[in-house]
Design a protein around this ligand. Structure first.
Ligand code: AOS
Ligand code: ZN
Ligand code: ZN
Ligand code: ZN
Length: 388
């Protein structure tokens, strides 16, 4: 039997982190579309994250991207966040947007470029010390386009060197999360193309290093929930960059393309104890809202993760295990499909009422007139960082 109050408590405790860059203007490689009311600096991005939290109740932190969110005083930004009712989350370094990085950053054949990239990573650890952030989210655009362009092995060694230097700088509860990506921007090899590569580096580095799973970074047809289950079992799942995709790294709203996949991922999280704070799984979004209004798109995304989590919590685990034990394939599968088919919206509406927020966050946001306020107050919003 499912204990509804335990389900609600688990949902209340889940924290979904929004990314600062999703609030800024973004686009494709062809065009960045400017929207009205877009934040002009890091402070206003934090304000928007606070708005998403105010309407959802479960998005209390915002991830920063350096240098897109560069400010003079990170302590002051952290204070500003606190005043708005949110906190600063993961710090995302950027070692991919300068001319020097044409052949890579920490894997670059040129020692001086590697040093420059490493210095930026270490600078981000210093920022974490000021903001109190736990996680350094590492994504490297490093790779090669042509066979023979560089030594695959030498690049792995350069990567190991950089990662271990960063790892040695971490203190307290700080962690580094190593994100992998199959392709793009490099097309022949990426230096961290898959979870196996990330996992191997994280095992070498020890307990502070964990794998970051961006749901858009796999080959089509990859069983992502298997990866999630494996990493969680090995205590190497650091967290997610949630988004959805039809083709490659589409960065669309999570749950938009394949809500059943999102549910299956959350089932593995629930079954593996990944919702417990002690598991340390960071539920973060990594999305770009190119054509849809950003704040409601982020509210929608947070709700989609929450909805998938609620359904995963409704899986009858006793029935599932009993069916698995007796080899009753159909009943075991039905334990999942029944939960997925459940309409959890009434439960979530009730939860929000318990939490003192509007049961329909999107409608409440629209009614609030908030968009009209920021549209009039902010002119000439900043680009997220791409194509700026
Ligand atoms: C890039 O494809 C990755 O998903 C990274 O997480 C990236 O750092 C993020 O999109 C913000 O730059
Ligand atoms: Zn990502
Ligand atoms: Zn990505
Ligand atoms: Zn993505």
């Amino acid at each position: 039997m499912i204990d509804q109050s335990a389900v609600k408590a688990a949902l209340r405790a889940q924290h979904i982190e929004t990314p600062s860059w999703a609030y800024g203007n973004s686009g494709t490689r062809f065009k960045v579309f400017a929207q009205e009311g877009v934040p002009r600096d890091a402070y206003e991005k934090v304000d928007d994250a606070a708005t998403v939290h105010r309407f959802t109740g479960v998005a209390p932190t915002v991830a920063l991207h350096i240098p897109w969110d560069r400010v003079d005083d990170y302590g002051d930004l952290a204070k500003h966040a606190k005043e708005r009712g949110v906190g600063l989350g993961a710090i995302n370094p950027n070692v991919f947007q300068e001319d020097d990085y044409r052949l890579g950053s920490v894997c670059n054949p040129d020692e001086a470029v590697r040093r420059k990239a490493l210095d930026h990573l270490l600078e981000c650890v210093e920022i974490m010390n000021v903001t109190g952030s736990r996680d350094l989210s590492l994504w490297f655009a490093d790779g090669t386009n042509y066979p023979g362009q560089d030594s695959i092995r030498a690049r792995q060694e350069r990567l190991s060197d950089a990662l271990s230097t960063v790892n040695d700088r971490l203190t307290g509860d700080q962690r580094m999360l190593l994100e992998y990506k199959l392709f793009e921007p490099a097309f022949y090899t990426m230096d961290v193309p898959d979870w196996g590569t990330s996992y191997a580096h994280c095992v070498d580095l020890g307990e502070r290093a964990k794998v970051l799973v961006d749901t858009g970074h796999h080959a089509p047809g990859t069983n992502i929930e298997f990866i999630v289950s494996f990493l969680l079992h090995r205590d190497k799942l650091g967290g997610f960059h949630f988004n959805s995709r039809f083709y490659a790294d589409d960065d669309l709203m999570v749950g938009a393309a394949d809500p059943y996949q999102l549910f299956r991922i959350m089932v593995e999280i629930v079954l593996g104890g990944g919702l417990d704070a002690s598991a340390g799984v960071a539920f973060m979004l990594d999305q770009c809202h190119n054509i849809e209004p950003k704040i409601p798109a982020l509210i929608r995304s947070v709700l989609n993760v929450q909805e998938a989590t609620a359904k995963a919590l409704l899986v009858d685990q006793d029935a599932l295990r009993a069916a698995q034990q007796t080899g009753d394939v159909l009943t075991a599968n039905a334990a999942l499909t029944d939960a997925f088919a459940t309409d959890v919206r009434p439960l979530l509406a009730e939860l929000r009422e318990d939490m003192g927020i509007d049961p329909d966050p999107i409608a409440a946001y629209r009614r609030s007139g908030h968009f009209e306020t920021i549209r009039d107050a902010r002119k000439g919003g900043a680009a997220a960082g791409w194509g700026a």
